[in-house]
Ligand binder design. Structure first.
Ligand SMILES: C[S@@+](CC[C@H](N)C(=O)[O-])C[C@H]1O[C@@H](n2cnc3c(N)ncnc32)[C@H](O)[C@@H]1O
Length: 224
């Protein structure tokens, strides 16, 4: 190789390196700004959530599950005013993903839109005003993370509609899931859902003891 060619390659590599390094601070600044904005929003609204929203601990667990598994295709059933959606979308803003979230109540849906905007997360969320009984059937997927937090007697139906649309390694998380049968977790409720998920051999299902609201997680096993 001639001396001129070698120098040209060297200059090209140097320019490539400089351009990649100069673009790094922008990305970091964007993430840092968003982190600040989300934290400020969550701190300001700490005592304002009144619509069956997840406790902070469970929001943080959802955030960690999405981030640690690098999930990017998330679905939430039961947006309410958007608290859990904010934690999920915050993690998705770091993995390069997007959340679809479904709510049937117009008032709560509209409030969620305002909250998503204020938290700076709207671009990571597609909020749908719809009956999840119907929309979940229509959504094509695939998803790698699903959070079920709506009508308790429909949890098993939601899971059945979504299992085939969930990627291997994906997770179905569900809120207010209790192991006991009878009472709230009883027939037709989340107890039956838990039994159903535990019976599926392609899933690993547990209720997280660190959760404050009965958060179950079912991981779809990767193919052997
Ligand atoms: C427990 S709240 C969800 C809380 C929310 N995940 C959070 O932590 O901020 C349950 C929500 O599910 C909604 N819901 C109930 N049945 C539904 C259905 N069939 N389709 C869509 N949303 C439904 C309710 O209107 C309610 O807002």
């Amino acid at each position: 190789m001639s001396k001129t060619n070698k120098s040209a390659i060297l200059v090209f590599c140097l320019l490539l390196f400089l351009s990649s390094v100069s673009s790094l601070p922008q990305v970091t600044d964007k993430n840092r700004n968003l982190d600040d904005r989300v934290r400020a929003f969550l701190s300001k609204t700490e005592y304002r959530w009144r619509d069956m929203n997840v406790p902070e601990t469970d929001g943080e667990i959802l955030y960690n599950i999405v981030l640690e598994n690098k999930y990017t295709k998330a679905l939430e059933i039961g947006t309410s005013t958007g608290k859990s959606g904010i934690y999920i979308a915050w993690a998705l803003s770091k993995t390069g993903g997007k959340l679809t979230t479904i709510e049937i109540d117009r008032g709560r849906y509209e409030e969620a839109l305002v909250n998503f905007q204020e938290a700076g997360l709207s671009e990571y969320i597609e909020a749908r005003l719809a009956d999840a009984h119907e929309l979940v059937q229509e959504l094509a997927g695939p998803f790698d993370f699903v959070f079920i937090d709506a009508d308790k007697d429909w949890y098993t139906d939601y899971a059945q509609a979504l299992i085939a649309k969930l990627e291997a390694g994906g997770c179905i998380a569900a809120h207010n899931v209790y192991e006991r049968r009878g009472g709230w977790g009883g027939h037709g409720g989340t107890g039956d859902f838990f039994e159903y998920m535990k019976g599926l051999t392609q899933f690993e299902t547990t209720i997280l003891t660190e959760s404050r609201g009965g958060l179950s997680v079912s991981y779809k096993k990767k193919a052997m």
